[in-house]
Design a protein around this ligand. Structure first.
Ligand code: SDX
Length: 436
């Protein structure tokens, strides 16, 4: 698949010095067109320069579409609001991987295949003995997900479509099990094995919260909320961690190692670590009266403080996931009988103030998905250190679907960006005796 599957009805002109260069422009189904400058360096001897890739399309994709100005998110064309309302997470996994919603028979087969891959190799539990009990669960996740490649490296021929799908199913199925083990290990409780008769979200919550001394009581409201949180976090176009997985995979690396690289990138507070950081920020603000002090700091150019859970590289409107997350947050607080959560009071007042403040309006800083997810997950009983782990559990399918799309692209090649070099010009080595 290359950008030529987009309509090429016009070309873009670039004038450098006295020379004029022409490059094809491709139109997508919806959204901005792209100008294919892949031959720019060969023709003009010059690179483009776009740190952070704010104006760069790294690939062609059919998986997820975002319109940042309109606050639109589509998974294979279906609006996130409709999928979150009517679908479930495994159905969303099928949609992201195969491109269409499953028929009843396809859904039953897919659910069954995932369910029967949820156990991890018993040796996996030995990795945990090497970690300190207070190790951050994301450190454990990054290590253990990478270690999955130690079990499957020899059996993963990524040129074989069947083996690509088996590797995909294994990760969608096993990463929740590893995540629950990371949580149990951090709180000193025994690991809980998956149970095949449970649905994906209930199975995960049971692996996290069941204890050997009593029967686990599933809570349908919390399971539905967990499933919806997974749906909301499943994929999001070419974000930092997905781009990391694509770049790692472009060298032909084992897909388990690529997803481990995605975990590492997601952990950053500017990305998937923002939900943990947002909750810590709300706790630091503590009470509504202190909000103006933090708003002032967020505006101060000399203060590195940012309102965690606000702003987005693409959404310059409300993150559509944040609205659904806010609704889910209220459902969980009600189910847990939490009437007046001071963090929620601070969050609601902070959102109200920020959305009416000139600075945030001018910079188009709206709450993103991480703003409400932290409060919700805390109410469900997860410690803040587990928030990004839950994001990684959900995003695994997005990483895998994007990795699979890249591997199946006949024009795929290793990703190798260039640079603007501003270091020392060529100079000769000086022996230490002649250095002053
Ligand atoms: C996720 O990419 C994705 O799709 C990610 C994600 C996904 O699903 O994969 O959606 C998940 O990562 C959501 C984002 C979570 N991160 C946070 O909530 C951390 C706080 N947000 C920021 O760090 C920031 O908004 C980013 C990193 C998310 C986006 O930053 P950009 O697009 O690079 O914008 P920028 O940093 O250049 O900011 C533009 C201006 C700056 O001011 P000026 O230099 O123009 O004067 O807005 C200001 C920034 O100072 N700004 C903020 C702010 N975010 C940006 N000011 C205060 N608080 C903030 N949160």
């Amino acid at each position: 698949m290359d950008a030529k599957s987009g309509a090429n009805t016009q070309s873009g002109q670039l004038t450098i010095g006295k020379q004029n260069w022409s490059f094809p422009i491709y139109e997508g189904t919806i959204g901005p067109a792209v100008m294919d400058i892949s031959k720019l360096y060969a023709q003009a001897g010059i690179f483009t320069y776009d740190p952070g890739f704010t104006s760069t399309g790294s690939c062609e994709s059919k998986i997820t579409y975002i319109d940042g100005d309109e606050g639109v998110l589509l998974y294979r064309g279906y609006p996130i609001e409709q999928i979150a309302e009517h679908g479930d997470f495994l159905e969303t996994c099928y949609l992201l991987l195969y491109g269409e919603l499953p028929t009843p028979a396809q859904k039953s087969d897919f659910d069954n295949r995932v369910t029967h891959h949820t156990m991890v190799h018993e040796q996996m539990s030995r990795f945990f003995q090497g970690f300190r009990r207070d190790a951050h669960p994301m450190a454990i996740m990054t290590g253990c997900v990478g270690a999955l490649s130690a079990f499957y490296h020899d059996s993963t021929d990524i040129s074989d479509p069947h083996q690509r799908m088996v590797a995909s199913l294994r990760m969608i199925a096993k990463i929740p099990t590893i995540a629950s083990m990371a949580f149990k290990y951090s709180i000193g409780q025994p690991f809980v094995y998956p149970k095949n008769e449970l649905d994906y979200a209930t199975n995960f919550l049971r692996m996290c919260f069941a204890v050997p001394c009593e029967e686990y009581k599933a809570n349908a409201v919390l399971a539905r909320a967990m499933d919806r949180i997974f749906i909301l976090h499943a994929d999001h176009e070419q974000n930092a961690s997905t781009s990391t997985v694509r770049l790692a995979g472009s060298s032909g690396a084992n897909p388990f190692a690529c997803v481990a690289a995605g975990c590492a990138s997601l952990w950053g507070p500017a990305h998937g670590g923002a939900n943990e950081a947002a909750l810590k920020m709300l706790a630091e603000i503590g009470r509504v009266e202190r909000i103006p002090e933090f708003i002032k700091r967020a505006k101060d150019k000399n203060d590195s403080f940012r309102l965690m859970g606000f702003g987005h590289r693409v959404y310059k409107n409300y993150d559509p996931r944040a609205k659904i997350m806010q609704k889910t947050c209220h459902e969980v607080l009600q189910e847990m009988g939490i009437k007046d959560d001071p963090l929620l009071d601070v969050a609601l007042e902070l959102e109200r103030i920020a959305l009416s403040d000139e600075y945030f309006i001018e910079k188009k800083l709206y709450p993103n998905i991480d703003f409400y997810s932290g409060i919700t997950l805390k109410a469900m009983g997860f410690p803040t250190t587990m928030f990004t782990v839950l994001f990684a559990v959900a995003r695994t399918v997005g990483w895998i679907a994007q990795w699979k799309e890249m591997i199946e692209d006949p024009d795929q090649k290793i990703g190798r960006p260039r640079q603007l070099y501003t270091g020392a010009a060529r100079r000769d080595y000086q022996p230490v005796s002649r250095r002053k």
